[in-house]
Structures are given as C-alpha cells and as structure tokens.
Design a protein around this ligand. Structure first.
Ligand code: APR
Length: 230
C-alpha cells in the first residue's frame, strides 16, 4: 500500500471539547449557519461573525492534540508510503500533533483574509470588523474560513490525491457536507479501499467497505496500530 488519504471532521477534535456541528449540543444548535458561516451573514453583521470565530479561536489555541491526532502523526512518520490528511476542521491540532501533510479545505482559525484585496496573514487572537488589512489598509478583514457557498481550498490537488489513493479513511465526520462527503466515492471509483472511523454511522456509511465505531481517541489509535503492523 503506497498512499493513504485521511479525511477528518469535527468528531476527531470532539474529545478536546471543540464543538462538533451537528451533534446534540453542536455549534449549529447554538448558532444559525446563515448568520455566522456565510458571506451574506458576514456582510449583514461582521461583529457577530468575528465574535463567533474569536470564541472558537480562543478555544482552539487552548486545546492540545488527543490520541487520535497523535496516532495520525505517528502513521505519517512510520508508514512506509505517503499519508495525506485533508481536514474539514479549522483548528491546528493535526499540526500540533506533528502531522506535516495537512490540507485545510475549510480554511483555518489561524488565518486572516482581506475581503478587499485577498491578502492573507496570521490571524490575531481577536479580530474585529474595522481591523485594517496590513496590505491594502481597507477595513475588510475576515477569518480565512471557507463559508457555505464558497469553494473549499485545494480541491484540484485533493481530487488528484483521491484518484491515486490506495486507502481512503474518514474520521469524525457526519458526511453531510459536500464536496467532502463525496470523497469516499471519488476514491473508491479509482480502486481505493475505504474505511470509516466514527462514533456512529455517518450519512455516507453505505459507501464505505469497512467501518469501526467508537471514540476517535480509541478507534483511530487501534486502527493505526493495525496498519503499521501490516
Ligand atoms: N469520536 C469520533 N467521532 C465523533 C466523536 C468522537 N469523540 N464525537 C462526535 N463524533 C462524530 C459524530 O458522530 C458525527 O458523525 O463526528 C461527526 C461530526 O459531524 P459534524 O458535527 O457534522 O461535523 P463535520 O462532519 O466535521 O462537519 C463538516 O460542516 O458546518 C460545516 O464547515 C463545517 O467543516 C464542517 C462541515
């Protein structure tokens, strides 16, 4: 086996206390997506949107990687072939665990973006609507997060990787949001084996050849042990 592509979602960071979106107490039970995760919501109330991401950024910087993040970093370090993590998450726990090949397809809380000139820079802990862009000085700064209705980052490269994958693994994602929810079909179409590691069956469970259920910190660690022992 040469190439493993791993898709992660909020469930891998759930044990760090970083909210998931669609669980009982999830973030979408507390906020309306259209208010805090769309360009229209940002245009209507930039302060509300910055408050939402400032709170998640403060939580994320306090969190440290759990056993699942660490197991994936070990997999990358010890597996004979290539490991790529495509994450929907905007925290940096994969990098903090030591993973190097990580693509943040939905952006990252650590990034800031200028809505006027497209300049990107490291986000301060607290962002506000009138912060001037360091490049063009316009008060048009936003979190560098991909909102609903916007194109996720790195899609061409991700599709190339899925086509070349021998194994596709989805961890801690409910399979409700596209294009990520179709990655399992994209990979399987090109011959990849597929496994879901999740607390409970996702919406796309029927697309997976194999599945293990349980908390990520348990299930991912056990699965990595098995792969490295092969
Ligand atoms: N271990 C493993 N899986 C878990 C755990 C855990 N401890 N806790 C929850 N889960 C699973 C849930 O069962 C669910 O299937 O994680 C999944 C979380 O699903 P969502 O809350 O929908 O999060 P995610 O799939 O990452 O959402 C995708 O939607 O709102 C957008 O941009 C946002 O990136 C996000 C995208």
């Amino acid at each position: 086996m040469e190439k493993i592509v791993v898709l992660t979602g909020a469930g891998i960071s759930a044990e760090n206390g970083l909210g998931t979106f669609r669980d009982e107490e999830g973030l979408w039970a507390q906020h309306r997506i259209e208010d805090v995760a769309t360009p229209e919501g940002f245009a209507a109330n930039p302060q509300l949107v910055h408050d939402f991401y400032n709170a998640r950024r403060a939580q994320a910087v306090e969190a440290s990687p759990n056993a699942a993040h660490q197991a994936l970093a070990r997999l990358e370090a010890e597996f004979s072939g290539e490991v790529l993590i495509v994450t929907q998450n905007v925290d940096n726990l994969h990098e903090a665990a030591g993973s190097k090949a990580v693509v943040h397809m939905h952006g990252a809380l650590s990034g800031a973006l200028c809505a006027a000139c497209d300049h990107r820079w490291p986000a301060p802990l607290v962002m506000a609507p009138n912060d001037p862009c360091p490049a063009c000085n316009q008060p048009a700064t936003r979190p560098d997060i991909v909102w609903f209705g916007e194109m996720p980052y790195g899609m061409e490269a991700i599709w190339d990787q899925l086509r070349a994958a021998d194994l596709f693994v989805a961890i801690g994602t409910s399979g409700n949001v596209y294009p990520a929810a179709a990655f399992v079909q994209d990979a399987a179409r090109y011959g990849a084996d597929t496994v879901e590691l999740n607390l409970e069956p996702s919406a796309t469970i029927s697309d997976f050849a194999d599945a293990r259920f349980g908390k990520a910190s348990d299930v991912v660690s056990a699965w990595v042990e098995e792969v490295l022992a092969q």
